[in-house]
Design a binder for this molecule. Structure first.
Ligand code: CA
Ligand code: CA
Length: 597
């Protein structure tokens, strides 16, 4: 097992300071993205101006020029290298607007690239200080865009606004102290409000360091804070520069002062549904991992929360793993969709949790609708009750170190899924054509045990040890098509290495995702048959996109192995340590003569 201390030291060494760099700016056109463009993104295939191909996060494109018959003809158009020595952990989803691609890369870099030629228009590298504390590799998942500005957050917990034409900094704001364990890796989310106009929402990372999870809303023009909402009960929110309301009720579900270092990081960012006017964020594990130190449900950790962007108030919360003891972060994206059930159309949201269960909730009020296991051999819970609460298997909670003879190592258990989850950060997709969700999942388990721990600012705050192990000989990764009405898995594609990339689905009857082995693959959305694949030269741990350019359908995916698996994966990391790192974006389309085949 690779110790946390060792990895953090490594990450700090890698995070060398870099210099800002601006390249010539001859070709970039005005981005000119409006809030309406953002709200309509899912139905306007000529651009991709949101993370998730629409703020609901469905990752469904209405394009069907590339289809099950002709996808076999797909060929690369160009590839663009992120350059430098920073070849690892490329988890970004690109944005596309007016012939320009905006794509982020590891170590808090962002590029503007000419779509037609693959030529760089500008590059911006954040100046990262020594001593940043990213838990799970130096990744960045994407940018946001509004007006003439592009926004992204950095590993030293800053939010940067750049001129979309030039890459020059317009403003830069500190979101939190990186020295305390805060960092940022998620794409920001832009939402409309009546009172303030568009706001830019950010989550935070640091659940392994005893930080307090939070969502912040800022004015995109100048970066000024409008409101903040902590996720842990007992902490105060702010609105218009003043204290607003307390999250929850102090000590209702947390003992003593532990709510002050309670985790609940919102590290994957959020989704937004215009119909309900709510922003949906997930929250990470409670801190520390050792659950015997914090009796209670520990709200709102390992949860989904719905926030009113007008004032930062929590409208509802749903806790997937109350009193988590396995690092089952509940950050997984909540995707809004219409659930057709018993002759009714329900405004639903679906989310596939780290804990191995696929949940359907009423997205208007957070009411539980259903939960079904989407990975095999789950050990920690016997099931989910009618209120959505896990029926715990108490024997599978790692033991209290105080009960051990030496007081140092509690009883170890073998738990499934592993703490890297039935599904981790990589976003699933929902097809409006098949009404199925396509979930990138992993089948694995872990030895896990608890240890004593005390909080120290800026230090890992786990109180646990662990080793991840495979549970099947032939595969860990498993792409599944799941029916949200029944919870049934309609098809499964097994992949030897763990899946760590996002999914895209299209009206052309296709599902796209990448593999650590380097392939971008296209699947038949009804059968799971592999119809096309292309090896990008390094592992894919990012989310593909598609858009229409000059009457043709294009696709893009970022390639570059890394992320949490090689760093935290225990015995699984050994199975994938031959995979070469990289850093590039690949673009594909059909040759013109094949488009009609
Ligand atoms: Ca669009
Ligand atoms: Ca965690």
């Amino acid at each position: 097992m690779k110790s946390v201390r060792h990895f953090l030291a490594t990450a700090s060494v890698l995070a060398v300071a870099t210099t800002g760099l601006v390249a010539p700016t001859t070709m970039a056109q005005s981005a000119g993205v409006t809030i309406d463009d953002i709200m309509n993104d899912a139905t306007t295939p000529q651009d991709v101006v949101t993370y998730g191909l629409g703020t609901q996060g469905q990752r469904f494109s209405p394009l069907d020029e590339v289809n099950a018959t002709n996808v076999k003809n797909l060929v690369p158009v160009w590839a663009f290298s992120f350059g430098g020595e920073k070849q690892r952990g490329q988890e970004a989803q690109p944005l596309v607007k007016d012939g320009v691609m905006y794509v982020t890369a590891s170590y808090s870099r962002i590029y503007a690239v000419d779509i037609k030629t693959g030529e760089e228009l500008w590059q911006y590298d954040a100046r990262l200080p020594d001593g940043i504390l990213p838990c799970c590799d130096v990744v960045n998942r994407g940018a946001a865009i509004l007006g003439d500005k592009v926004f992204f957050s950095t590993l030293d917990a800053q939010l940067v606004a750049l001129d979309a034409k030039t890459g020059k900094v317009v403003w830069r704001k500190k979101l939190a102290n990186y020295q305390d364990g805060y960092s940022n890796t998620a794409a920001p989310l832009i939402v409309p409000t009546k009172k303030y106009g568009p706001l830019i929402l950010t989550g935070n990372s640091g659940g392994e360091f005893g930080i307090v999870g939070e969502v912040q809303a800022r004015n995109p023009e100048n970066g000024e804070l409008v409101w903040s909402r902590p996720t842990i009960e007992g902490n105060m929110g702010t609105l218009d520069g003043k204290e607003s309301t307390m999250t929850g009720t102090k000590n209702e579900s947390w003992p003593g002062d532990m709510w002050q270092t309670g985790g609940g990081a919102t590290w994957l960012g959020g989704t937004y549904d215009q119909g309900t006017g709510l922003a949906y964020f997930g929250t990470s594990n409670p801190s520390p991992w050792n659950s015997h130190l914090r009796p209670g449900d520990n709200k709102w950790t390992s949860s989904r929360i719905a926030i009113d962007p007008e004032n930062g108030e929590i409208k509802w919360g749903f806790q997937t793993t109350p009193h988590d003891g396995w690092d089952f972060d509940g950050v997984n994206e909540l995707i809004s969709f219409d659930l057709e059930k018993d002759g009714q159309t329900i405004k639903a949201g679906a989310t596939a949790d780290r804990n191995g269960f696929f949940y359907v909730l009423d997205r208007t009020d957070g009411k539980f609708i259903s939960a079904s296991p989407f990975v095999k051999n789950i050990t920690w819970a016997k099931g989910i009750d009618e209120n959505g609460r896990p029926i715990y298997n108490d024997d599978n909670r790692p033991g209290d170190p105080k009960e051990a003879a030496d007081g140092k190592k509690g009883k170890a258990v073998f738990a499934v899924p592993s703490f890297l989850g039935g599904k981790n950060w990589m976003p699933m997709a929902y097809s409006q054509k098949t009404s199925l969700f396509y979930v990138p999942s992993n089948e694995w388990g872990m030895d896990i045990w608890n240890e004593p721990i005390t909080y120290k600012k800026g230090a890992a705050y786990l109180g646990a040890g662990f080793t991840i192990k495979p549970i099947f000989e032939d595969h860990i990764g498993s792409l599944k098509a799941i029916d949200p009405v029944t919870g049934e898995t309609k098809w499964e594609y097994k992949n030897k290495a763990p899946l760590w990339g996002g999914v895209l689905t299209t009206a052309g009857g296709l599902v796209f995702t990448g593999t650590p082995e380097g392939y971008l693959k296209a699947f038949n959305d009804k059968t799971g048959e592999v119809l096309w694949q292309f090896n990008t030269g390094s592992g894919i741990v990012s989310s593909p996109i598609t858009w229409e350019q000059d009457g043709e359908q294009w696709l893009a995916v970022v390639s570059g192995w890394g992320g949490a698996v090689p760093l935290w994966g225990g015995e699984v990391a050994k199975l994938v340590n031959h995979i070469n790192q990289g850093g590039s974006v690949w673009v594909f389309k059909l040759p013109k003569q094949s488009a009609s085949n």
